[in-house]
Design a protein around this ligand. Structure first.
Ligand code: NAD
Length: 346
């Protein structure tokens, strides 16, 4: 039974149904509500009384939204990428932003590899041709779409962002590719995993046949993959992005495919999500689109749910959640959560 003053926790509708896992929030004494939080109006209508919100990857919690929620003590992002939350504004307002950093490393790195393979092996193109009856009617059409496919063991993979997911991809890819290059300004050459050559971005662009992007979306990486970047790639290169849509200039990708310089692209993430029917990406068959599903597996989703709920319960019990995107908020006089003397959640 919750009291009239029970704290309210609002979970974004985008995160699916409320399960037994989320019911633990009610057992901790809060009122739990699932609601759409796609824009400021919906957030105002559905979360104005929220003490904690649980978000997916795209709900826009910018400064204006955070300022419109004076009762909000904490944000919980059910995942690692938190570019949809203005963490600087949250810090200034005393709002901790909890994240779940490593629940889907295996899945997203698998997704990147699957996209690289699908494009190099022409899986989606041949599948579409078979379904269109061309295998039967005109086998030369199948030969046309599969032309140019290369042997993996002759290719160089370039990994941009050698964090958790990029490193997992490099490890898995090391048995497939001839060479693995990586670029990451925060990783020292000596710390690169075995078999991975740490290089400057320019060298990676010049030498990689396949490029997979795993850097977060921050001001320095917005449109990192643009016309200039794509223009310097090796002919027929393949680009895969499972990080965030804003890191890749989608119009530039379409231009590079049209010019024939880019062999294909695999995009799990796009600037606009969900993609609308009229989006030019939808009309380009050499772009494989996977609907921001890179983190999906039963195991990863259960883990994400469990750890997001752990963070909410920690906040409700005046403990600091395990991982914060803005740990500096704990030193702010305006901090909106009470902190137990025990410190961080164990
Ligand atoms: P991480 O923090 O472990 O690694 C990110 C790495 O990128 C860091 O090592 C960082 O130094 C590096 N980096 C930062 N700026 C860079 C730049 N300009 N060039 C090259 N590298 C740069 O994060 P992670 O867990 O590996 O996740 C990476 C990203 O994947 C997340 O930020 C998120 O946006 C995305 N993601 C997507 C999905 C999905 O469903 N598709 C799921 C989880 C994460």
């Amino acid at each position: 039974m919750v009291s009239a003053e029970a704290p309210v926790v609002v979970m974004s509708e985008r995160l699916g149904a409320i399960t037994d896992e989320e019911r633990r929030i009610e057992q901790a004494g809060a009122v739990l509500r699932r609601a759409p939080l796609w824009n400021l109006d919906e957030i105002r209508a559905n979360a104005s009384d929220a003490r904690v919100v649980i978000l997916g990857a795209v709900e826009p919690f910018d400064r204006e939204v955070l300022e419109a929620l004076p009762g909000l003590s904490a944000v919980v992002r059910r995942g690692v990428g938190h570019d949809n939350v203005d963490t600087d504004a949250a810090t200034a307002l005393g709002i901790p932003v909890a994240i779940v950093p490593d629940a889907s490393v295996e899945e997203v790195s698998d997704q990147a590899l699957a996209l690289l393979m699908a494009i190099e092996r022409r899986i989606t193109l041949v599948d579409a041709a078979v379904r269109a009856g061309q295998w039967e009617r005109d086998p030369s059409e199948i030969q046309r779409v599969r032309a140019g496919a290369r042997r993996f063991s002759e290719l160089t993979l370039g990994v941009i962002g050698l964090g958790r997911i990029g490193s997992a991809l490099a490890r898995k890819a090391s048995t497939l590719y001839r060479r693995i290059l990586a670029s990451d300004p925060a990783v020292h050459a000596a710390a690169a995993p075995p078999g991975v050559e740490l290089v400057h971005l320019e060298a990676l662009i010049a030498e990689a046949d396949h490029v997979s992007v795993h850097a977060p979306l921050v001001p320095a990486t917005r449109n990192l993959v643009d016309d200039l970047f794509l223009g310097k790639l090796r002919p027929g290169a393949v680009l895969v992005n499972t990080s965030r849509g804003g890191v890749v200039d989608e119009a530039a990708v379409l231009r590079a495919i049209e010019r024939g310089t880019l062999g294909g692209a695999g995009l799990d993430v796009t600037v606009h999500e969900p993609l609308e029917g009229g989006d030019p990406l939808i009309g380009e068959q050499r772009v494989v689109l996977t609907a921001h599903s890179g983190s999906w597996s039963t195991t990863a989703q259960a883990e994400l749910r469990r750890r997001a709920v752990d963070a909410v319960v920690a906040i409700l019990e005046d403990r600091v959640p395990n991982v914060l995107a803005n740990p500096e908020v704990l030193d702010r006089p305006a901090l909106r959560i009470a902190i137990d003397a025990q410190g961080a959640d164990s």
